[in-house]
Write a protein that binds this ligand. Structure first.
Ligand code: MN3
Length: 288
C-alpha cells in the first residue's frame, strides 16, 4: 500500500472507532442517568392515573363498570406494582417521569429486568394512554377542521377507510395485544398496525413491523371486553367508535410532530452515513 492508501485506511479506522466509542459512551451515560443516585431508596416510582370519568360512564356504549373496575383497579394497578418492583430490583429508583421514555430505551435496562420492564412498563404506558382515549359520548370522528381529520384522510383516503383498516387489524391480532394508529417517524405518515402482549410501538426492540408514536390504540386483550362482549371481539371493536376521545388523539399527533420518538432522538449510530463513508474511503484509497 502507498502512504496515501495507509492514510485512508487509518482515517477510516479512526472514524469507525470514534463512532463506536460515541455509541458506547451514550449507552453508559443513559444507563447511569436511569440508575438512581439514591440507591436503597424505595420510592413509589409510577402510579395509576385516575380515570377522567366515572367507572359506569361507558356502560351500554362500550364496556360496563365491572370491566372498568377490574381493568383499571386490578390489571393496570398490577402492571404498575410489578414495574416499580422490577425498577427497584434493577437499582433504578429515578427513572424518567414519562414511562414512554423508559420503554423506548429497553436496550439500556439491565438484562435481568428487561422482560419484566418491557411487559409491565408497556402495560403501564398502554393503559395510561387507553384511559385518555376513552370518553363517554365521544364524537363519531375527529373535528372536521382539525389536523388529525386531514391527516387521516390524506393517509387512508377517507375516515371510513381508516376505520376499516383499524377494525381489520384489531380483529386479526392473534391472542392478546393492541391495535394502533401510529405516526411513522420515517415519513411522518399515519399507519395502522398491531403489537402482541403489552408491547408499544415506541419500543426499541424487535416487536414486529409496528413502530411509531401511538396516536390511538385499542386494547384487544380478552380482559378488556369479555364480561360485556364475550367472545365477540368485532362487536367490542365497533363499540370503540362510540367512546373515542378524538381531542386526545389530536393532541398526541400534534405533540408527535413537535417532538420525535424518544428512541429516534436518542443518539443512535447513524449506520447508513458511516457505511457510505467507509465504502467511499476504501474505494478512493485504492483508486488513488
Ligand atoms: Mn388491558
Amino acid at each position: 500500500m502507498s502512504m496515501r492508501q495507509y492514510s485512508f485506511v487509518g482515517a477510516l479506522v479512526t472514524l469507525l472507532c470514534c463512532v463506536n466509542l460515541r455509541g458506547v459512551l451514550a449507552g453508559i451515560s443513559t444507563h447511569n442517568s436511569l440508575r438512581s443516585s439514591r440507591d436503597g431508596a424505595n420510592a413509589e416510582t409510577y402510579s395509576v392515573p385516575a380515570l377522567g370519568f366515572p367507572y359506569e360512564a361507558l356502560e351500554g356504549a362500550f364496556v360496563g363498570s365491572q370491566t372498568m373496575h377490574l381493568h383499571h383497579d386490578k390489571h393496570h394497578a398490577t402492571y404498575v406494582m410489578m414495574l416499580n418492583k422490577a425498577l427497584a430490583s434493577a437499582g433504578m429508583h429515578d427513572p424518567p417521569k414519562d414511562v414512554a421514555k423508559l420503554v423506548a430505551r429497553l436496550d439500556q435496562i439491565p438484562v435481568a429486568q428487561r422482560t419484566l420492564i418491557r411487559n409491565h412498563g408497556g402495560g403501564h404506558m398502554n393503559h395510561g394512554l387507553f384511559w385518555r382515549w376513552l370518553t363517554p359520548g365521544g364524537p363519531p370522528e375527529p373535528r372536521a377542521e382539525g389536523h388529525l381529520h386531514k391527516a387521516i384522510s390524506d393517509n387512508f383516503g377517507s375516515f371510513e377507510a381508516f376505520q376499516s383498516a383499524f377494525e381489520a387489524a384489531a380483529a386479526s391480532q392473534f391472542g392478546s395485544g393492541w391495535c394502533w394508529l401510529v405516526r411513522d417517524p420515517r415519513d411522518g405518515g399515519l399507519r395502522v398496525c398491531s403489537t402482541a402482549n403489552q408491547d408499544n410501538p415506541v419500543m426499541d426492540i424487535d416487536i414486529g413491523d409496528c413502530h411509531g408514536t401511538p396516536i390511538l390504540g385499542l386494547d384487544v386483550w380478552e380482559h378488556a371486553y369479555y364480561l360485556d362482549h364475550f367472545n365477540v371481539r368485532p362487536q367490542y371493536i365497533k363499540a370503540f367508535w362510540k367512546v373515542v376521545n378524538w381531542d386526545e388523539a389530536e393532541k398526541l399527533l400534534l405533540a408527535a410532530e413537535k417532538e420525535p420518538l424518544p428512541h429516534s432522538a436518542a443518539g443512535r449510530m447513524p449506520l447508513m452515513p458511516v457505511a457510505v463513508a467507509a465504502v467511499l474511503a476504501i474505494l478512493l484509497g485504492f483508486v488513488a
